[in-house]
Ligand binder design. Structure first.
Ligand code: PLP
Length: 374
C-alpha cells in the first residue's frame, strides 16, 4: 500500500471534503446557477486577501495570475523595478521581458529578503510605474516585509505582490499594506488542487484598456463578472471546490490559520536545529522551511529515499540549490501530528543517508510542544 503525504510547497494535501466537491455534476456556465456560485465566492475571497477591490478567478496556475498582473497594469515603455530574492522573483523578470519591458532589478542572494534601505535609495531619483516582489519566496522559504515596502513607495507607484505561496500562511493585508495588485493560486493555502489562480486588484484601480494578453484581460473579466460570468469557460468543478475551501477557511478563521502556520513553522525550525541542521533563510516564512543539506549527504538521493520508503514528499532545492537545500512545506491542510510525522521521517531519512543524528532531537521537539514552548 502506498500512501503519499505532501510536504512540498504546492501542490499541497487536499482534504477529502474538498476533493469530493469536485465530483459533482458539471453545470453550464452561462446560467443563473453558475452566477449564483460565483456570487457566493466574492465576499470570502476579498476577506482572504484583505481587500475591498475585485478578486478575479482565472483558470490557470499561479503564474497565470502573475502574467495577468503584468499584462493589465504595465506596458512596454514603463519603468518598473523587480526585487528579486529567488526563483520566483526571477519569474517576474522573465514575464516582464516577454511583455516587452526592460525591468530594473535589485537582486539579492538566495535566502535573504529585500533590503528596504536599498529600495529607498533606488526610488529616490526615479518614479517607477510598479514594483514587483514576492510575499513568500518559495524557492528559499523566505518572507518579505511587504507592509514596510508599502509604506515607503510613493502613491503613484503600484505595488504588485506575488502571494502564490504566502497567502494564508504568512500574514498579508492587501489594502492596509497599500498593495495594489496581488497574485495567488489554488494549490497551496487554499488546500485545493492546482488549476485556479487569483488576481486581486485594489478598489477603483484602472486596468489597461489594451492589455498585452487576450486571455488574461481584466477588462473582459470585469465586464463578465458584472454579469455573474467569466469571459471564457471556467473550471466549473474547481469552483465547487473553492466554495468548500472558503467555507473551511471561514470556519477556522484567518487569525487561527495564521497561528497554526506560525506554530507549525516554529516546530519545524526547532526540530531541524535540534538535529544539528542549519536553516537556509535569514527570514523564514511560515509556509515553508528551507534547510541546508548536511555536508557529505546527497540531498536528492535522501529525498527520493524518504519519498519511496515513507511516502513523505519534501521538495528539493531549485536551480543551483538542487541537492544543497531541501524544503519542508507546512502550508494548507496540515496540523501538528502531520508535521511530527514528517519530521520523524526526515530524521530517519537523514540517518539512512549517513548522518549520525540521535533521536533526542525528536524527543526535545515533543517536550517543547508538551511544555507549550512552541
Ligand atoms: C511564490 C510563487 N510564485 C509563483 C508560483 C507559480 O505558481 P504555479 O506553479 O502555480 O504557476 C509559485 C509556485 O510554486 C510560487 O511558489
Amino acid at each position: 500500500m502506498r500512501k503519499e503525504i505532501l510536504f512540498s510547497p504546492g501542490p499541497t494535501n487536499v482534504p477529502a471534503d474538498i476533493l469530493l466537491e469536485g465530483a459533482k455534476r458539471t453545470i453550464h456556465h452561462r446560467t443563473g446557477e453558475f452566477a449564483g456560485i460565483l456570487k457566493t465566492l466574492t465576499a470570502p475571497l476579498k476577506k482572504v486577501f484583505g481587500t475591498d477591490g475585485d478578486v478575479f478567478i482565472l483558470t490557470s496556475s499561479g503564474t497565470g495570475a502573475m502574467e495577468a498582473a503584468v499584462a493589465n497594469f504595465v506596458s512596454r515603455d514603463d519603468e518598473v523595478l523587480v526585487l528579486n530574492i529567488g526563483a520566483f522573483g526571477k519569474r517576474w523578470v522573465n514575464i516582464l521581458k516577454i511583455h516587452g519591458l526592460n525591468p530594473e532589478v535589485i537582486e539579492y542572494p538566495w535566502g535573504k529578503t529585500f533590503n528596504l534601505n536599498e529600495v529607498r535609495e533606488k526610488i529616490k531619483n526615479k518614479t517607477y510605474k510598479a514594483v514587483f516582489c514576492q510575499l513568500s519566496e518559495t524557492s528559499t522559504g523566505t518572507v518579505n516585509d511587504i507592509k514596510s515596502l508599502g509604506e515607503i513607495l510613493p502613491e503613484e507607484t503600484l505595488l504588485i505582490v506575488d502571494a502564490v505561496s504566502g497567502l494564508l500562511s504568512d500574514e498579508f493585508q492587501m489594502d492596509n499594506w497599500k498593495v495594489d495588485v496581488c497574485a495567488s493560486g489554488s494549490q497551496k493555502g487554499f488546500m485545493m488542487p492546482p488549476g485556479l489562480a487569483f488576481i486581486a486588484v485594489k478598489k477603483d484601480l484602472e486596468y489597461l484598456k489594451n492589455p498585452s494578453s487576450f486571455y488574461f484581460s481584466l477588462d473582459s473579466a470585469k465586464k463578465s463578472l458584472n454579469k455573474g460570468q467569466t469571459p471564457w469557460t471556467p473550471a466549473v468543478n474547481l469552483l465547487y471546490q473553492l466554495v468548500k475551501s472558503l467555507k473551511m477557511i471561514e470556519e477556522e478563521g484567518t487569525d487561527n490559520i495564521m497561528k497554526r502556520h506560525k506554530q507549525l513553522a516554529k516546530i519545524t525550525r526547532f526540530a531541524v536545529k535540534e538535529m544539528g541542521l542549519e536553516l537556509f533563510s535569514s527570514s523564514p516564512s511560515n509556509g515553508v522551511t528551507a534547510v541546508k543539506v548536511p555536508d557529505g549527504i546527497d540531498g536528492t538521493l535522501m529525498l527520493e529515499n524518504i519519498s519511496n520508503k515513507y511516502g513523505v514528499r519534501f521538495a528539493n532545492g531549485q536551480g543551483e540549490y538542487k541537492g544543497k537545500i531541501f524544503r519542508v512545506a507546512h502550508m494548507g491542510y496540515v496540523n501538528v501530528p502531520d508535521v511530527l510525522m514528517a519530521l520523524s521521517c526526515l530524521w530517519l531519512g537523514l540517518n539512512e543517508a549517513g548522518a549520525k543524528i540521535d533521536s533526542s532531537a525528536i524527543a526535545k521537539t515533543l517536550d517543547s510542544i508538551k511544555n507549550a514552548a512552541i
